[in-house]
Design a protein around this ligand. Structure first.
Ligand SMILES: NC(=O)c1ccc[n+]([C@@H]2O[C@H](COP(=O)([O-])OP(=O)(O)OC[C@H]3O[C@@H](n4cnc5c(N)ncnc54)[C@H](OP(=O)(O)O)[C@@H]3O)[C@@H](O)[C@H]2O)c1
Length: 224
């Protein structure tokens, strides 16, 4: 039975990732920050819940030690939005630091902690990033912290691809689309089921040779 770990799994895309991974026969380690929320309804023997604020290094290490079994897939999904349309004059630097910490530094930290468990010769790391991190695609501007956090995440993942490849582990950067979640809002055109089905197809087709690609949930290559 393949094993996956999903961060930020109590709601939104993370919760649907857990639901569909269980449906595909995975054993799933699902993390939640404070409340289990939707995870409660998925309780089964293949689901293991772990409380984790993804910024907490000690807790991440302790969680990996408690899992202590091979991981085939790590999905760094947890993330936060920012005060999206603040002007330069309005930017709150504490918010910027927090968004960078959660969206960019934490996926690096969780990957570092998970690396000893990731299956050599076939392990996969998926970063749930965003087209908003694309410098080429940044036409409307603003959303400073969120955009920069996802650009940083893209570079961190790209930087690690050679080292991970040497260990037989691949990395893929996936934009889920504009999805109807608390973050995406009610006007989003895409439902979580379709987005997550696409994300999981991208992960399943991932190979060492294609490591480092930046694609959307449908597999379209995105500009950096
Ligand atoms: N929805 C979209 O349109 C869209 C588009 C592009 C990219 N994305 C990306 O997709 C991912 C999932 O987004 P979503 O739409 O599902 O958002 P969401 O519904 O707001 O869910 C975000 C999840 O991240 C968790 N989280 C936030 N900060 C955390 C922390 N410090 N430690 C642990 N967990 C934390 C939240 O936990 P709590 O419940 O505890 O807050 C929640 O489970 C994010 O990385 C986001 O940037 C989303």
């Amino acid at each position: 039975m393949p094993t996956a770990l999903v961060t930020g799994a109590n709601r939104g895309l993370g919760l649907e990732l857990v639901r569909q991974l269980l449906g595909r026969g995975y054993e799933v380690h699902a993390t939640y920050r404070t409340s289990k929320d939707g995870l409660e309804a998925l309780t089964c023997s293949q689901l293991h819940e772990h409380q984790l604020d993804v910024r907490n290094e000690e807790a991440a290490k302790a969680m990996m030690a408690s899992i202590n079994a091979p991981l085939d897939v790590l999905i760094n999904n947890a993330g936060v939005a920012d005060g999206r349309w603040s002007s330069v004059e309005e930017i709150d630097m504490d918010v910027v630091r927090e968004v960078l910490d959660i969206n960019a530094v934490a996926p690096l930290l969780v990957t570092q902690c998970a690396l000893p468990l990731l299956t050599k010769n076939g392990g996969k790391v998926a970063m749930i990033t965003s087209l908003m991190g694309s410098i080429d695609d940044c036409h409307s501007g603003k959303s400073y912290a969120y955009r920069a956090s996802k650009t940083a995440l893209n570079m961190l993942a790209t930087s690690m691809k050679n080292e991970l490849r040497d260990q037989g582990v691949s990395v893929v950067l996936i934009h889920p689309g504009w999805v109807e979640t608390d973050m995406g809002g009610p006007r989003a055109p895409l439902g979580v089921e379709e987005s997550v089905a696409g994300i999981l197809s991208r992960i399943e087709e991932q190979t060492l040779e294609s490591s480092g690609r930046f694609v959307d949930y449908k597999g379209e290559s995105l500009p950096w």
